[in-house]
Design a protein around this ligand. Structure first.
Ligand code: CTP
Ligand code: MG
Length: 237
């Protein structure tokens, strides 16, 4: 395993350098506000509130470094770096910025409402010795594979499928090894770890850890926060 050095600390890497094309706002997605607070701030606050994270490294578009520093909590434990063209490039930058990490939690800014308790559970599994841990939810839709023309080629048994969320947790050396190859492509970090032959462990995810991808997701996120505000206002939390 590619261990540089390991101080046992949990370092959260927050990819926030995407453009948010599917959301369609004029601002990069991580800087779009939900309930008045930019998603990247909500995500970082959740990581800190988990009590399980020692340091946070946030990857943002180059022209958003200053605004990210201004809107994130002023703390020596929170660092902003310039991300890359693809998500994997952004994560690679984050990994390189934390050579002494013991564990990594890779957590999308777009999963802004992730409950701190879920973050703490992923970190606890890592500390208990699991090398790779991802939150997973049962799939509610029937999933089909299709060919290039849209013809159905198969219907995998839904009972054996899961929708995977973040934070995804890894022993630091394992994630470094997974990212050694340049030009790797995967829609999540665990996918790269799986290519190494390491068994990835799932824990129950949380519906609130959904990824804000489309305008409908943003509407849902607003509603969740509004609902929480109203419940607090009437003393029902
Ligand atoms: N991300 C990143 N660097 C990139 C691309 C994505 O750090 N080059 C981050 C996004 O900011 C987001 C997370 O990865 O927090 C998940 O990606 P996604 O939901 O696809 O966000 P975007 O890439 O911004 O959205 P879209 O694909 O619709 O453009
Ligand atoms: Mg994207």
């Amino acid at each position: 395993m590619n261990v540089v050095s390991n101080d046992g600390s949990v370092v959260a890497l927050v990819p926030a350098a995407g453009r948010g094309v599917r959301l369609g706002e004029s601002t990069p997605k991580a800087f779009v506000a939900v309930g008045g607070t930019p998603m990247v701030r909500l995500a970082v606050d959740g990581l800190i509130a988990s009590g399980a994270v020692d340091r946070v490294i946030v990857m943002v578009p180059a022209e958003f470094v200053d605004s990210a520093v201004a809107l994130l909590p002023p703390s020596d434990s929170v660092r902003v770096v310039v991300g890359g063209a693809e998500r994997v490039d952004s994560v690679r930058v984050g990994i390189a910025a934390a050579p002494d990490a013991g564990y990594f939690l890779v957590h999308d800014a777009a999963r802004a409402l992730t409950p701190p308790a879920l973050i703490a559970r992923v970190a606890a599994e890592l500390r208990a010795g699991k090398p790779a841990v991802v939150p997973a939810l049962p799939v509610v839709d029937t999933i089909k594979s299709v060919d290039a023309l849209g013809g159905v080629t198969g219907t995998p048994d839904r009972a054996g499928l899961r929708a995977i969320q973040t934070p995804q947790g890894f022993a630091a050396g394992l994630l470094r090894d997974a990212y050694v190859a340049e030009g790797v492509a995967a829609t999540d970090d665990a996918g790269l770890v799986e290519l190494l032959g390491t068994r990835v462990h799932t824990i129950p995810g949380d519906p609130l850890a959904f990824k804000i991808t489309t305008p409908l997701d943003l509407l849902l996120a607003h509603a969740v926060l509004d609902g929480a505000d109203i419940r607090r206002a009437v003393g029902r939390t």
